[in-house]
Write a protein that binds this ligand. Structure first.
Ligand code: ADP
Length: 300
């Protein structure tokens, strides 16, 4: 009887060992398979970005020719336009300009995804920089009767960042503020936010591991008194081709692409920062571009 029990025990232990070995093999195979899949996925993603970058690059030259010749037509370089032609030529101009923006943005996004865009940091004085960009977009504001205020203290430390990317971020945020503000004011302001005080300025800390990482920041904000964004859409608007109720908001003559904020956020991350939004429907919006202070050079 005892011998039978021992034999049974040996069988059970042996069976368990075999089962464990089979499980281990299955796990090993599964993780190798997952590793292979994730490698393939990354390769496919890179190929997609490369393809998009090449296609949009090829589209740019003929598009620039269309836009250029339509401008010449509108300016009367080939003689006065027949009044019946003015409407259709204006439509060609608006559509080709929209297509040009779309192609430029797809190219930017593809370059960012493929890691083909670098940040060339140099020291900048934020106040002078903001005043320069603001004066560039001022005609847009004046056209809509909006007021513009710049509140960037000259006492802020000089930043080391990529001015081309920062300009694109600010122009995008200002362009949106103008587009989605029917009346009132747009303010560009900046402040130094010490480590630990970030939470008081953004409720979206949980989604911002970068900000939660700590350190001092310069918060560059574009504040508008426009139509605002419902809280449920705060994260969605940063997705590619995402618009809130497309077509029913903003200026109809300034059609958007839904790519601006996706690019803006990626650019901010390329600069070591991020973009957050605080807004409520009907109560305006505040977009904050966080720029890390740890990149400040002691020499500046
Ligand atoms: P678009 O080209 O449509 O402006 P974006 O990616 O720049 O694309 O913005 C995505 C969406 O976020 C916009 O379509 C709009 O619904 C919303 N949005 C962006 N900025 C603002 C703002 N300042 N006020 C209200 N809504 C905004």
């Amino acid at each position: 009887m005892t011998a039978l029990l021992i034999a049974l025990g040996v069988c059970v232990v042996g069976g368990m060992l075999l089962w464990e070995r089979a499980q281990r093999r299955r796990l090993r195979d599964r993780s190798a398979e997952l590793e292979h899949l994730s490698f393939e996925l990354a390769r496919a993603n890179r190929a997609k970005s490369e393809f998009l970058a090449n296609v949009s690059h090829e589209l740019r030259t003929p598009l620039a020719a269309i836009v250029g010749f339509v401008d010449l037509l509108r300016d009367g370089a080939y003689g006065p336009l027949d009044p019946r032609m003015v409407g259709p030529v204006d439509r060609i101009q608006a559509s080709s300009a929209h297509l040009q923006t779309l192609v430029d943005q797809i190219l930017d996004l593809a370059r960012l995804s493929a890691g083909r865009l670098d940040a060339q940091a140099e020291p900048i004085s934020l106040r002078a920089f903001v005043i320069d960009v603001a004066s560039e977009v001022e005609p847009l504001l004046l056209g809509k009767g909006l007021a513009l205020t710049v509140q960037v203290p000259a006492t802020l430390p000089r930043l080391r960042t990529d001015p081309t990317h920062l300009r694109q971020i600010l122009v995008n945020l200002l362009g949106n503020a103008v587009k989605f503000t029917p009346a009132g004011r747009i303010t560009v302001r900046a402040s130094l936010v010490a480590d630990g005080a970030v939470g008081a300025m953004t409720r979206t800390m949980a989604q911002r591991p970068l900000l939660a990482a700590g350190g001092d920041w310069v918060a560059l904000q574009v504040v508008d008194t426009g139509i605002g964004i419902a809280e449920k859409d705060h994260e969605r608007i940063f997705g590619e081709f995402e618009q809130v109720e497309a077509g029913s908001r903003g200026d109809s003559e300034r059609r958007g692409t839904g790519l601006g904020l996706a690019i803006t956020r990626r650019l901010a991350r390329l600069l070591g920062g991020d973009i957050t939004v605080e807004s409520a429907l009907g109560a305006g919006a505040t977009f904050t571009c966080w720029l890390p202070v740890e990149q400040l050079s002691a020499k500046n």
